[in-house]
Design a protein around this ligand. Structure first.
Ligand SMILES: [Zn+2]
Length: 398
């Protein structure tokens, strides 16, 4: 026999008493079946209520095909379910229910507004950690969706009464339902003034202003159809406060008002680009200068080998210096750049040298505990920050 649903008449009913009529099972777990309940079982895209039943936490609520509501309780170690015949007190988690009421009512309103403004009918909706409405439109125009959002918030301001009732078949036939019912008997209808009428078994607000606000978070394509992501009520308010808090914190960090943050960020971004460009130019100049010095040392050396450590030089700078030096056909250059995160190393040779750069760097990397290798004429790698490059090269050439 189906369970009497107390939330049908009063979505604000949080405390109730009921009698255990049986123990059931849901997905292999034992459940408690009551004669009546204020707990909403997961259905129609709305999540289950949580709360306390007979002093035990309610971790899930589900409904079977016969309309029997299964309460799944979190039992303590060695604990037992309340026995059939027992009278229990139940208490629904108010805050969670209130969020679901606002999200669900907001979904009805947004689905209606999407039909009115964008001609987009709702195919399915989901009210979870993220709330979505999937429509029958291939692509949704963001401006249209914004209009629908504005319409919904105007209806919230109008504070329309919301009625949940079970119409007679004659009454039902005369109602302008937004969509066809999913069940054939005991059809429940949610009527929001003259704005929207749709069949639904969920928990809703009793006036549109109780929704507080509806906020569209994004429009995307899902499985080739237009999808709207949204939030409403206490959840939307929380998100807005969090975002405003982030913006205020940025304002404090930049010593400007919240509204000036985008301008300040733009300015900082331009300054960063300029600073990077001048740093690049300074590095190029330094590489040029270093290359000239090393070229002189190379000319002076008997074997045309040169070993050098360049402070702050990255792989690109090492390449620029090496390219200048290896223009000398007999040259072999062993370059390292000291950076905070490690030591960039490069070995390269001139066209007439027979030195094996890749093999040498591989040995050096193994000895120093880094990585590196390459072709006989050019090799690159990275060694630990504290490596003594000059001594390492000398020891391996000995
Ligand atoms: Zn509903």
């Amino acid at each position: 026999m189906s369970t009497e649903r107390l939330y049908f008449d009063d979505p604000f009913l949080h405390r109730f008493s009921a009698r255990v009529v049986a123990h059931g099972a849901w997905a292999g777990a034992p459940s408690v079946v009551l004669d009546r309940t204020a707990f909403y079982p997961e259905a129609g895209g709305q999540m289950a209520d949580h709360g306390v039943l007979g002093g035990l936490p309610v971790r899930d609520v589900q409904v079977d095909d016969d309309g029997v509501v299964h309460h799944l309780l979190a039992l303590p170690e060695g604990g037992a379910l309340p026995v059939p015949g027992a009278s229990l007190e139940g208490e629904v988690d108010r805050a969670r229910r209130r969020v679901h009421m606002a999200l669900h009512t907001g979904q009805h309103m947004l689905s209606r507004a999407l039909v009115d403004v964008a001609g987009a009918a709702t195919v399915s909706s989901r009210l979870g950690a993220t709330c979505t409405i999937d429509t029958d439109q291939d692509a949704l125009d963001e401006a249209r969706v914004a209009e629908a959002e504005a319409l919904v918030n105007a209806v919230i301001d109008d504070d329309l009464p919301i009625r949940a009732f079970f119409p007679t078949p004659e009454e039902l036939a005369a109602l302008p339902l937004r969509r066809a019912p999913k069940v054939t008997a005991n059809i429940r209808v949610i009527q929001m003034g003259d704005f929207d009428v749709s069949p639904c078994g969920g928990t809703h607000c009793t006036r549109s202003a109780q929704v507080g606000l509806v906020r569209v978070l994004g429009v995307e394509r899902y499985k080739g159809k237009g999808r709207v992501l949204f939030s409403a009520g206490p959840r939307a308010r929380r998100e807005l406060w969090d975002e405003a808090g982030t913006l205020r914190a940025m304002g404090r960090a930049f010593t400007c008002g919240a509204a000036e943050v985008p301008t300040v960020v733009d300015k900082l971004r331009r300054e960063l680009t300029e600073a990077r460009e001048s740093l690049g130019a300074a590095r190029a100049k330094l590489a040029e200068h270093t290359a000239q010095e090393l070229a002189a040392a190379l000319d002076a050396s008997a074997d045309k080998h040169v070993v050098a450590v360049l402070e702050g030089a990255g792989p690109e700078q090492l390449r620029a210096v090496a390219a200048r030096l290896t223009a000398q056909p007999q040259a072999v250059v062993f370059l390292a750049g000291r950076l905070p995160e490690g030591m960039a190393v490069l070995i390269a040779r001139g066209a007439a040298s027979g030195f094996g750069c890749g093999a040498f760097l591989k040995k050096a990397a193994e000895a120093a505990g880094g990585r590196g290798g390459g072709r006989p004429e050019h090799a690159e790698g990275r060694l630990p920050p504290g490596t003594d490059w000059t001594a390492l090269v000398a020891s391996l050439r000995a």
